[in-house]
Design a protein around this ligand. Structure first.
Ligand SMILES: Cc1ncc(COP(=O)(O)O)c(C=O)c1O
Length: 381
């Protein structure tokens, strides 16, 4: 028998039957997503919003309980168009690549802008015409954290948000333009919760004092980003201590966290069907009907050291191969990089292989699904 102890079977996955799945396919479980969000709200004691880029499936979103989450954060016009018509919690637009089309769509959708530069305010003021827009939040750069808390660990550099002089310039600009600012956003980055969450709170305290002084009024919304891992329930985080820290922020403020992977990761799987098993010099290869074209991340093209995921067989237990060789799981493109996993089992044509923990980013982080940005045009001259 194949030892499957390394891949934790999820209850709902085992209710699926290979015959019911037209592969390649992503399968999501809405109850699992609802439970994850409820668990996060409970652990953090704040509002939780969905970072739609992690899993921008409208069908899934429609199956979530709207009273269970507090908003959706989108980062592109494609994402906004997917959700704009639906009735539900607040929409937040948060991207350094804000452009006129997205601003127009965002104003029509009555979304809240989280502005990344002072210039974003110019665009919003110019395009809003006579319409009212919700008060905006200012996105602060995570570089501010090291300034305020020199003892904070080094964070990966990124291009998001404003430093303090820029944020103060944004305050002045908003005053000139007649736009309201009522919030701040500070996100340390993915997987940073354990090492940086307390420094985010400390930095927020300092930054909000400076911004409120410049504004001449109180702030009402503090978004502390996310940064929880995909397997956060297993990591023994000190949520009691964190909630106590959050209690030091003014109680008048709406506190928000926003998550992608911590909500969706183990609520979705990717399934492929084996078309043929071939052996070259004894090495078994399972050629499947899907691979990097649908689940680019599994191909690990961006990793120096590729450590392939181990799928499992759906609907039957596999036997370990007598020769001890792992079957290399290949996708359906002609790229030699289209290897998405290895399985130490005897695999045969028609088998369905499933990859667990594919609910976040695996479907969206593909060449043209990411943020629904679309393909490049083609010209022949
Ligand atoms: C502003 C913002 N919030 C939240 C997220 C979600 O991050 P994660 O999936 O690590 O929770 C991202 C991811 O890129 C982001 O850019």
């Amino acid at each position: 028998m194949l030892d499957q102890s390394t891949s934790m079977p999820l209850d709902w996955v085992d209710t699926l039957s290979p015959a019911d799945i037209q592969t390649p396919a992503f399968v999501y479980n809405a109850d699992a997503v609802n439970a994850r969000i409820a668990g996060l709200k409970d652990a953090l004691g704040t509002d939780v919003i969905i970072s739609f880029k992690a899993s921008n499936q409208l069908d899934l979103l429609m199956r979530l309980e709207p009273e269970n989450y507090d908003g959706i954060e989108v980062a592109s016009r494609g994402e906004l168009h997917l959700i704009a018509g639906r009735k539900g919690p607040d929409i937040f637009i948060n991207t350094p690549a804000l452009n006129e089309q997205l601003v127009r769509s965002g104003i029509s959708a009555e979304a809240t802008f989280i502005v990344d530069t002072p210039e974003h305010l110019d665009m919003i003021a110019r395009l809003k015409g006579k319409r009212t827009v919700h008060p905006v939040s200012l996105r602060l750069s995570n570089k501010i954290i090291a300034d305020v808390c020199p003892q904070a660990p080094t964070l990966r550099d990124d291009q998001f948000g404003m430093d303090m002089p820029q944020a103060l310039a944004a305050v002045e600009k908003a005053k000139e333009l007649g736009l309201q600012i009522n919030g701040l956003h500070l996100y340390a980055g993915p997987h940073t919760f354990r090492k940086a969450a307390r420094f985010v709170v400390e930095t927020m305290k300092v930054a909000m004092t400076q911004i409120e002084e410049a504004l001449g009024h109180d702030l009402e919304v503090l978004n502390l980003g996310g940064g929880l891992e995909e397997n956060w329930p297993d990591l023994n985080h000190d949520f009691d201590g964190y909630r106590a820290l959050l209690g030091e922020l003014p109680s008048r403020c709406r506190l928000i966290h926003e998550f992608g992977r911590a909500i969706f990761s183990d609520c979705g799987i990717f399934a492929v069907r084996v078309q043929q098993v071939k052996h070259v010099m004894g090495q078994p290869y399972a050629i499947c009907d899907g691979g990097m074209a649908q689940a680019f991340l599994l191909a690990q093209t961006e990793h120096m050291m590729r450590k392939y995921r181990q799928p499992r067989l759906l609907g039957r237990a596999g036997d370990v191969r007598e020769d001890g060789l792992a079957t290399i799981v290949c996708g359906s493109t002609c790229s030699r990089d289209d290897v998405i996993g290895k399985i130490p089992a005897e695999v045969k044509a028609g088998d369905v292989l499933i990859f667990e923990d594919c609910g976040a980013y695996t479907q969206t982080y593909s060449m043209n699904n990411f943020l629904q940005l679309g393909e490049a045009g083609t010209y022949v001259v």
